[in-house]
Design a protein around this ligand. Structure first.
Ligand SMILES: C[S@@+](CC[C@H](N)C(=O)[O-])C[C@H]1O[C@@H](n2cnc3c(N)ncnc32)[C@H](O)[C@@H]1O
Length: 255
């Protein structure tokens, strides 16, 4: 192989270019070839690229074409940044790319990113894991054109009443609500955040009873997170970590 050490998969974050990691920023800045998921990645995260950098939008490419582009670049000794939205480990289709690179013995590294579910929680200014409310976050999606394993059907997951972030599903909002209602009460709070962290971010907050109507009125049809659970508006216990009566590794109880 060439002098290039490895290919980098970079998590570009949810939209705001300042939500890119410093490492991701550095790798994009030094890449000779950049392949980015153009349907969601904010092109501004590429603004500091080298003038000579070759750019490809993968939105219209197949897996095979992407891998051939990477392989050709690596053979020519070029540094490649493969840029994905949010964090690449979530609905990023990177496993199949990594497995094919393994076949070619091309080494790679994954640089994590800020996922859109985190950006949505930040926009709402809510903590997903409230003491005594829930300590579990479920990341999932509703079955659509791509299947979801039966055991992970939304109605099954809803039975845990954990905090839930639902990706890729806002265009099926009524189906989401229908499944959630199998376990959550009708007054359960639910929020939808579209394009979290972008300048045109939009959010609606409601309950399972009225959210589908609110989403329709706000004309939110894609690129949205659906966050559901009592963490959105409930009473909760103070955390033990900052409780003066609670000792831990870094602090003795003071009262
Ligand atoms: C193919 S998945 C990629 C998820 C990405 N890897 C992540 O960690 O956020 C695309 C889905 O992520 C969600 N999404 C991506 N960016 C978003 C944003 N800025 N605000 C809200 N949801 C977003 C939407 O549910 C969208 O349908």
């Amino acid at each position: 192989m060439s002098k290039v050490e490895k290919v980098f998969f970079v998590g570009a974050g949810p939209g705001d270019p300042e939500l890119l990691t410093m490492k991701g920023h550095r790798v994009i800045g030094s890449a000779d070839v950049i392949i980015y998921a153009g349907s969601l990645v904010n092109p501004k995260v590429l603004d500091h690229r080298k003038e000579s950098a070759e750019i490809h939008n993968s939105a219209k490419l197949t897996l095979e074409t992407v891998i051939q582009l990477i392989k050709k670049a690596v053979d020519e000794g070029k540094q490649v940044a493969r840029v994905h939205t949010g964090d690449p480990s979530l609905y990023g289709a990177i496993q199949e790319q990594m497995d094919l690179l393994d076949g070619y013995k091309i080494p790679y590294e994954v640089i994590p990113g800020v996922s859109s579910f985190m950006a949505a929680a930040a926009a709402l200014k809510r903590e997903l894991t409230l003491p005594d409310v829930t300590q579990t976050v479920i990341l999932t999606r509703l079955e659509g054109r791509t299947p979801v394993p039966e055991k992970e059907a939304l109605k099954e997951l809803a039975s845990h009443q954990a905090s839930m972030a639902i990706f890729l599903s806002v265009h099926m909002m009524e189906g989401v609500v229908e499944q959630l209602l199998e376990s959550y009460p009708e007054d359960t709070p639910i929020a939808v955040v579209q394009r979290a962290s972008w300048p045109d971010e939009k959010m609606v907050i409601g309950t399972l009873k009225d959210i589908a109507k609110k989403v329709q009125e706000a004309n939110i049809t894609k690129t949205a997170q659906i966050l559901v659970g009592r963490f959105l508006n409930t009473e909760y216990e103070r955390s033990k970590l900052y409780d003066p009566t609670f000792s831990h590794e870094y602090r003795e109880a003071t009262k």
